[in-house]
Ligand binder design. Structure first.
Ligand code: IVH
Length: 677
């Protein structure tokens, strides 16, 4: 290459390639080349620039981040899990949230205060201070295990390295959000779609010097482990940490009821565009920390907080086509392919139409002009049709009665409402290729086998090449074949191999969740794991005879109902399912279920409740038993240790049955004594 023009063209090609990979990584979350290949490309560009100074003047490379974000940070377990938040989208959702809290706590006057805080759209991080000195800094990771990004976090000016003032806790874990200001983002925008992606990329740089080039900022909003714990309310916590040197968001406010929640919401929404950082809603947290701890968590999110999102952004576009998608449970979802349109900063070209009835009700047709909306991370949806703009020749949309696999679909009768479901389903299970592929995506997902590097797109790729067809295939992938595919290199193959190997050791509850029995979510999978305890016992479900006995016993478990039992039965009535599960088990080491909190007050004890309590709801009573190592049963049997009789309308029959079986019964007042309340 001697000709200047040739060099420039070659250089531009490389820059465009780099931009493509940046975009794939940062904006699509789907890198297709390994770290090493990326670094190589980057080096090539730098070498070219060094040899040919005129290239630098083109100023093309200046806006791309230093290096491919790394996946190789040391993994460290969080002192306390970093949970996520459930969402509310309107007044009604907030009413439900407040009602649920009142019900759980069995409070009737409804006088609960909330701390309202902007929900910063950035990247969360947790900082650990030991005797006032910043010693650890972790990314969220999967919420249980984070990555050690301390050196990168230390480059952020607003993060105190040493706490100010005396009297700080000896152990202090603080949680907050890292973000890039909107104005700063404009200066470094480069190929990033939004400030959040840029902040994420910057935080994951291998070299902290690269992180320091980007103006990251920080707001503290919560705590993890604290010793000794002295805070009484969330709002007091925020005030206190301000004095210790943390930056807290200035728009926090304590609100007392639904009206105040609503007016704070509209106020912040009205000033939203004038703020220098992106927010996508407000977080409402029960202010009293004692109440927070009584409320506790469900498996993924606290009961005491919610993210109330701002109303969805809307746009008008045209439906080009309507296609159907098949989910892992066989549900058929119609999807509108629309003319691409930007909604809230994201280009949308697909929008869900929910189900057949919805299309009928709104008379949605191909070619229609429609309004679509997108709220937060929810799938965009078609909300209304502008029929005045409809072409006269347009025809009503006829919903296909067959699945993409060709099988006839059905609407089931809902067991509790006795009405026909709105959703059509393909009932072929693994015999339908479309369902089978979705089931694989579920199996590799975060809450199931959690295999890094084996995301939805990779499953699609490996599926279409017939490299993976059923779950057990994941554990006998022919890596030689993958290595030859575009987008794969030695490094990415090695990482994938490691991630797959690691996932072979799995907890029983995760395994049960992963195999995707309908109506068995994470919570139910835990309850079942507690019942079966080992994979060997679980395998008794394969034979019809033992299954019937097991299913009879399952009804005793609190949380497992007839719907779940029927679903487990029909899953194992299908021999193909049994075969698939067996083959999968052969590849794995499934750990026995360990009862947590063994040392609690109710270790190895089973409790049942009848009647209502004065001071707490049934849900709180249940979580108290579980947090103290016990199990709550739903029916009386010889296995029951204690029947707790609430003052309000206990069932006489249950008390009689318990007495007949010589089961210990205790009154409501004794229940409180037992709990030191
Ligand atoms: S509290 C137990 N407060 O939103 C949950 N989160 O979906 C604790 N976020 O991962 C979260 N601003 O990264 C909380 N004022 C705020 C927040 C906030 C932003 C993020 C955070 C979290 C996500 C939850």
């Amino acid at each position: 290459m001697s000709n200047k023009l040739e060099i420039i063209n070659f250089y531009k090609k490389k820059i465009n390639l780099l931009k493509k990979h940046n975009k794939l990584y940062f904006n699509n979350d789907n890198p297709i080349i390994s770290d090493a290949a990326y670094d190589h490309l980057k080096k090539e560009i730098i070498n070219l620039e060094e040899k040919n100074h005129f290239l630098k003047k083109l100023n093309l490379n200046s806006k791309t981040v230093g290096s491919f974000p790394s996946n190789k940070f040391k993994k460290i377990k969080h002192l306390k899990p970093m949970l996520s938040l459930s969402n509310a989208f309107n007044k009604n959702d907030m009413k439900d949230f407040v009602n649920k809290i009142n019900n759980f706590l069995n409070i009737r006057d409804g006088k609960i205060e909330f701390s309202s805080e902007p929900k910063i759209d950035g990247i969360s991080a947790t900082l650990i201070y030991e005797n006032g000195i910043l010693t650890k800094g972790l990314s969220r990771g999967d919420g249980i295990v984070g990555e050690d990004i301390l050196e990168n976090l230390k480059t952020i000016e607003e993060i105190p390295k040493k706490l100010k003032g005396g009297n700080v806790p000896s152990l202090f874990e603080i949680r907050g959000e890292i973000y890039i200001g909107k104005k700063d983002f404009e200066k470094i925008r480069g190929d990033f779609a939004n400030p959040r992606n840029a902040a994420g990329g910057s935080l994951r740089q291998k070299d902290p010097k690269e992180t320091s080039k980007i103006p990251l900022k920080y707001f503290a909003y919560g705590f993890g482990a604290v010793e000794p714990m002295t805070f009484i309310t969330q709002s007091e916590f925020l005030e206190k940490i301000k004095n210790w040197g943390f930056v807290i968001n200035p728009l926090g406010k304590v609100v007392k009821n639904l009206n105040e929640i609503e007016s704070q919401h509209s106020y912040i929404d009205s000033i939203r565009s004038s703020l220098d950082y992106d927010i996508d809603g407000l977080v409402y947290k029960v202010n009293d920390l004692k109440l927070q701890s009584r409320l506790g968590n469900t498996s993924n999110s606290p009961r005491w907080a919610i993210a109330y999102k701002f109303s969805a952004e809307k746009a008008v576009t045209k439906i080009k086509d309507i296609i159907i998608q098949v989910g892992r449970t066989g549900a058929i979802t119609p999807v509108a392919k629309v003319q691409p349109v930007t909604v809230g900063g994201v280009v949308v070209s697909n929008a869900t139409l929910h189900n057949e009835d919805e299309i009928k009700r709104k008379d949605i047709r191909i070619g229609d002009t429609v309004q679509i909306q997108r709220a937060g991370d929810v799938i965009p949806q078609v909300i209304s049709v502008d029929s005045s703009k409809r072409n006269q020749n347009s025809k009503k949309y006829i919903f296909p009665e067959k699945c993409l696999c060709g099988a006839v679909t059905q609407k089931e009768i809902n067991k509790s409402t006795k009405k026909k479901d709105a959703v059509r389903r393909c009932l072929k299970g693994y015999d339908c290729d479309f369902i089978a592929r979705e089931k694989l995506k579920h199996i590799v997902s975060k809450d199931a086998f959690n295999i890094d590097g084996l995301g939805k797109k990779v499953i699609d790729q490996l599926w279409s090449l017939r490299l993976i067809r059923k779950p057990s295939d994941i554990f006998k992938i022919n890596y030689n074949k993958i290595e030859k595919l575009e987008g794969w290199g030695e490094l990415s193959i090695n990482n994938l191999r490691k991630a797959i190997d690691k996932s072979k050791i799995i907890d029983l509850d995760r395994f049960i969740f992963s195999i995707g029995i309908r109506h068995i979510g994470q919570e139910n999978a835990k309850i079942l794991a507690g019942f079966f305890k080992s994979i060997n016992k679980f395998c008794d479900l394969f034979s019809e005879k033992s299954r019937i006995k097991i299913l009879e016993n399952l009804i005793e478990l609190d949380g497992i109902g007839q719907i779940q039992i029927d679903s487990i039965n029909s899953f194992f009535l299908n021999n193909k399912n049994i075969e698939i599960v067996k083959k999968l088990i052969d590849k794995l080491k499934i750990k026995d279920f360990k009862i947590q909190n063994r040392k609690g007050k109710f270790s190895n004890k089973t409790i049942m409740f009848t009647g209502g309590f004065e001071k707490m709801s049934r849900s709180e009573a249940k979580s108290l038993v579980e947090n103290n190592g016990g199990k709550v049963l739903g029916t009386i049997s010889k296995k029951l240790d204690i029947l707790v009789i609430g003052n309000s309308k206990p069932t006489k029959k249950k008390i009689e049955n318990a007495k007949q079986l010589n089961i210990k019964t205790i009154k409501e007042s004794d229940w409180y004594k037992l709990l030191d309340l």
